[in-house]
Design a protein around this ligand. Structure first.
Ligand code: SF4
Length: 496
């Protein structure tokens, strides 16, 4: 029962997450400022969900499908957080009353996958016209995609993008109150609104966005066009978010950004990524710090120093190479040469000997010759990656590389891809075996999928370990003897 109705226009944002949403004064105009404005609409959404659930005779359910990267996974946790707070029940499939696709567009097949699923959703909506469908994420930032959806998938109720994902509650209310498709897409933004509810996938670890967008414009990449210009969160906001996550049981954070090494450049008082890490390290109760993704051109000696002397920063660095040929790297607009990358990798291996180094490599970039490809293999042999994500070049409309001539024939690309994969896997197996016989700390993440007598956890160097253990170990850091390396993971024994 509410004694006083709460006017969110006058409530400080620090108090917003503790209020009873049933007491929000919805007769008052919606606040102008965020995040109060979204909490107003979450409260409004609650009353809609309540009455619609009564009409339906069951609690309305939702299902959020995430495509793509860890930044999208973190955004989806926020979408789920808003829907849970609004009274939706979490569904486990597209049978749900509300289906949200958080899309990716980094490669062509990501788009094709979404169109395929949309067709299926359309047939479900024919049977259940009350079903609601919302689309967001990077793919929606492409004007051609939105035109195609308006024309071929007009049963979609809501389309929004990467820049205004924080407005989800407000946009969903608009879509539920109107009979037409609601589309709200922004070209770019300088707004950052992170103080919204989030439903984390794991209780003991969490992604934390530290910056958004990218200014690098690698010639094959669509991200700068769909995620906008770089903008960093204020360090004090990041620190306070991590502190409240730790209070909530989080032991490990993954700091997220398209290029975390250029963190802080747009802040009123610039702060380097290394300086931010030093501040985060001071947080009591936080055990592990991970981060991705790093761009080699911005990886500073200061960062290497901070990693080297840190007890909390994990012994894993993901450092995309993309190509080993300086000629191709120039075409890709990566802003470093083969020699510079090799020097950086050698310095990292020298300064942090137990570091696990992983990478991304693209095969078949326009104009790539066998000699260029041999340069890539040469870097792989010399850096000896712990593992590598290998990709076949995907032509992305709107990127400079898409207009380049000399697109490589498929059979040549496939042959190179296979040769690269074999080399990467051979070396990765050798590198993974480096810690065999040691007893190391493992953060236990889950029961083993295949054998309930085992639990699965992750080493600081990001390798998985399976060992006999019970469910109560999940979320704890325990010492495990690494008995046998099985190529890309370990079988271990718990050590008290
Ligand atoms: S650094 Fe390059 S590859 Fe990475 S997101 Fe930015 S433009 Fe894309």
């Amino acid at each position: 029962m509410c004694n006083n109705k709460i006017d969110l226009r006058v409530l400080p944002k620090e108090e917003i997450s503790n209020i009873d949403l049933n007491c929000v004064d919805l007769d008052a105009p919606a606040p102008e400022y965020e995040p109060q404005r979204q909490y107003y609409f979450i409260s409004k959404l609650r009353s809609i969900v309540k009455s619609e659930s009564e009409k339906a005779g069951h609690p309305l359910t939702f299902f959020v499908q995430t495509f793509g990267c860890q930044m999208n996974a973190r955004d989806s946790e926020k979408l789920r957080g808003v829907l849970e707070l609004a009274g939706y029940a979490s569904g486990d499939s597209e049978d749900a009353d509300l289906v949200v696709y958080n899309t990716c567009t980094v490669r062509e097949n990501a788009n094709l996958k979404v169109y395929g699923r949309l067709g299926y959703l359309g047939s479900m909506k024919k049977k259940n016209p009350n079903k609601k469908i919302a689309l967001c994420g990077c793919m929606m930032q492409e004007p051609d995609v939105v035109e195609k959806i308006k024309k071929s998938y007009h049963f979609v109720d809501l389309i929004f993008g990467t820049h205004n994902i924080f407005k989800f509650a407000e946009l969903l209310v608009t879509a539920l109150e109107s009979e037409r498709m609601v589309i709200d897409l922004w070209k770019d933004t300088d707004q950052i609104v992170e103080e919204l509810p989030a439903e984390r996938t794991y209780s003991f670890k969490s992604g934390v966005n530290i910056m958004f967008g990218c200014n690098n414009f690698c010639s094959y990449c669509i991200v700068p066009y769909v995620r906008g210009r770089e903008r960093s969160r204020r360090p004090e906001d990041i620190i306070s978010e991590i502190k409240s996550l730790v209070q909530d049981g989080v032991k490990e954070v993954m700091l997220l950004g398209q290029n975390v090494n250029s963190y802080g450049k747009n802040l009123d008082t610039p702060v380097t990524f290394a300086q931010l890490l030093r501040q985060i390290e001071q947080i009591e109760g936080l055990e592990r710090i991970r981060f991705m993704t790093s761009h080699p051109k911005d990886l500073s000696d200061e960062l290497i120093e901070v990693m080297k002397h840190s007890d909390k920063i994990c012994r894993h660095l993901h450092l995309p190479l993309q190509s080993g040929s300086s000629r191709i790297l120039k075409q890709m607009n990566r802003k470093y040469t083969k020699e510079q990358y090799l020097e950086l990798a050698a310095k990292l291996r020298r300064e942090i000997p137990d570091l696990s180094l992983t990478t991304d490599i693209i095969v078949g970039f326009p104009g790539e010759t066998e000699e260029d490809f041999q340069e890539t293999l040469d870097v792989v042999r010399r850096v000896r990656y712990d593992s590598a994500f290998t990709f076949i070049y995907s032509r992305r409309t709107g990127t400079p590389a898409a207009a380049m001539k000399d697109q490589i024939p498929e059979e040549i690309v496939k042959d190179r891809f296979q040769r690269l994969l074999t080399l990467v896997q051979d070396i990765s197996q050798e590198m993974s075996a480096r810690v065999q016989g040691q007893t190391l700390p493992v953060l236990v993440e889950s029961l083993n999928e295949h054998d309930p007598a085992l639990v699965t956890g992750r080493l600081s160097n990001n390798l998985l370990v399976h060992f006999p253990g019970t469910e109560d170990l999940i979320g704890q850091t325990v010492y495990v003897y690494l008995k046998e390396c099985k190529g890309f993971y370990y079988i271990g024994e718990l050590r008290k």
